[in-house]
Ligand binder design. Sequence first.
Ligand SMILES: [Zn+2]
Length: 443
Amino acid sequence: MRNIDDAVKSLQKAVQFRTISDTDMEQVNFKPYEEFLSHLKETYKEVYRRAEVTWINKYSPVFHLQGNKEDEPVLLLGHYDVVPVAEGTKEDWLSDPFGGEIRDGYLYGRGTLDDKNQVVSILEALENLLQEGYMPSRDFYLAFGFDEEVGGSLGAKEIAAYFREKDLRFFMVLDEGGAVMEDVLEGVTVPLALVGVAEKGSSMIKVTAKGEGGHSSMPPEYLVTEVLGKALLAIASQPMEARLTGAVEAMFQGMGPHMGWKGKLIGNIRTSFPLVRKTLEKTPALHALIRTTITPTVVRAGNAYNVIPQEASMILNARILPGDTTEDVLRHLKKIHEGLPVQYQYLVKEEASKVTDHEGEAFSLLKDLIHSVYGDAVILPYLMAGGTDSRKYEELSDNILRFSAVRMKNEDLKRVHGTDERISIENLERMITFYRNLFLHFS
Ligand SMILES: [Zn+2]
């Protein structure tokens, strides 16, 4: 039997392989990927022995563990690629980001929260159970991506295609995402376990203004930079409509009773929305939950001090709320830019994900499992502003849930993709117990 020390050692080692993905995957050194995968194989022998392992695109293992019933299988996701350490920040770390060192009860390193912790915890839990003679009552699949951080087109997307080919439907797909947050909002007195039931879409639109160039000593009446500037200002001053979607409404309603007197308004968000909207808009993380945001990210014009550019352009990142579409965004832009000679082109078109029912069977099972590890947490659905691999599996299940069983403070969020990423040994232990209970639920 493996114990927590073995699990810690396994994660320490896992962190040491520099499985850094890149938008250009051709540039990636796959040696650490291979070493990481050998590490799993050497460590989780019983899982490899009992499950059928299929390799997708060489680096994504899909484990299939057969149950003894005909029920829809459960799919557990994770990824083992990591983001690099941002240039110039390595010195800020307390420990080597790829050292896997332990300090004061924390294991430091890239991937300890995102997302090698998940891969290791799932395998730890299953390895032990199999050693104890565990027989799942339905099929389980585990699938680990190797390019999640750069979009998942080689890993998750191909794994999903493989499942489609096999005509599989899942009772539940569980991926990384929310966590148990201790201080998510000022005034909330209990830890909140936030379970992602949907993801916003992230689309890129290029807006271009074209005109005549010339010498800046004799400016024409009409400048492309002015046109683009007006277009930009209109976006800032005329945002898309703020509104409540089901999951966000349920989240606020559930928070309200744990916020003291302040909670009255939040708890009754449906009626108080016109009132609290302005307050929510002031906090970026909350603002993101109530609106499709459109943000200029790359703005370009001109390349010489004294030449009038013929073209000015900007790229807008639209983060789309469930219920809105890329078409709605375009319609909105055309409306607020009426009379401005600009053209639009979608560079990336991604709609919001489907929304999982937070009153459904899978969510309620997850609630029980979270309570088994975090008895004091209030469990709420929420909308994710960022993306995960789980989006690729949309067609394969009605119940896609995004949750990592770790307990965190707000300040820990910036460790993800940031400096001093770390996991407490306690958290690792709770994650393993969480997955153990999940497997045991189906036995
Ligand atoms: Zn991740």
